[in-house]
Design a protein around this ligand. Sequence first.
Ligand SMILES: *[C@@H]1O[C@H](CO)[C@@H](O)[C@H](O)[C@H]1NC(C)=O
Length: 311
Amino acid sequence: MIQLRYIISILLCALAGNALVVGRQTAGKLSQVTDFGDNPTNVGFYIYVPQNLASNPAIVVAIHYCTGTAQAYYTGSPYAQYAETYGFIVIYPESPYEGTCWDVSSQSTLTHDGGGNSNSIANMVTWTIDHYGADASRVYVTGTSSGAMMTNVMAATYPNLFAAGIAYAGVAAGCFYSEANGEDWWNSTCSQGQSIATPELWTQIAEDMYPGYTGDRPKMQIYHGSEDATLYPQNYYETCKQWAGVFGYDYNSPEEVQSDTPVANWDKTIWGPNVEGILANGVGHNILSNFAAYVIFGTPPEEYEGLIHSI
Ligand SMILES: *[C@@H]1O[C@H](CO)[C@@H](O)[C@H](O)[C@H]1NC(C)=O
């Protein structure tokens, strides 16, 4: 009996080939992937493959906040639901550190192929493209708080991988850098809005994370609450300076400011086709749940639909 089952399973393996391996990530369930390439800092890799998987699917990398987990972000954000609607795959990386913040402070994570957390997340993306025939030109990265910091770091270290990035309540890429303290360091100077620099300096900091890179870069959308007491709102302006600068826009003269967009009291500033900032007036640090409420209870705000429709 056991032998027969063994033979059948060998036959099935031979028939199904790679499909059987892929099948280990159960559709419609958050599943862990343990072997996806180099991962020296032990970042967890969880994936949501929708039951309604599109052919040549897009990928959304959704990065959790401090104290969060892949599971918590999976249940607490709307991406998996959208994945069922639109057929894309969601990657939920999980921080390996106590307290589950991301390493956005070490030289290794702030360097393309530097072996840090960013490198591991990039390897998850390439694994997913390979194993699911995903569309390399439609890979998006988003995150909240520490995950938004990591979103900015991913956009700077792997501009080649992403079509767009959306950061909810983060800090500029490199703002937590600490030569002395290395990995997973909480930089209060930055968090409290005291790391203030010119657009030129922020641009240089981002560009130095992948020296010599001249290809396309992800469009960026930066959300921040004006009452954020965890990552002070100054970080909104510093992050916008950085991406406006990277795209060669004049930070001091944006193209357009739209009040009450996408919702009442939120103001959108457009620096150019690739960089938008949304300052959520009256909103604190917990901006994503604020956002999710719109998504769940009403019509998704225009900008949220923008991400979904571009997928
Ligand atoms: C905090 O970050 C800033 C850059 O934003 C850096 O100049 C400073 O050295 C960092 N603080 C520590 C203690 O590493």
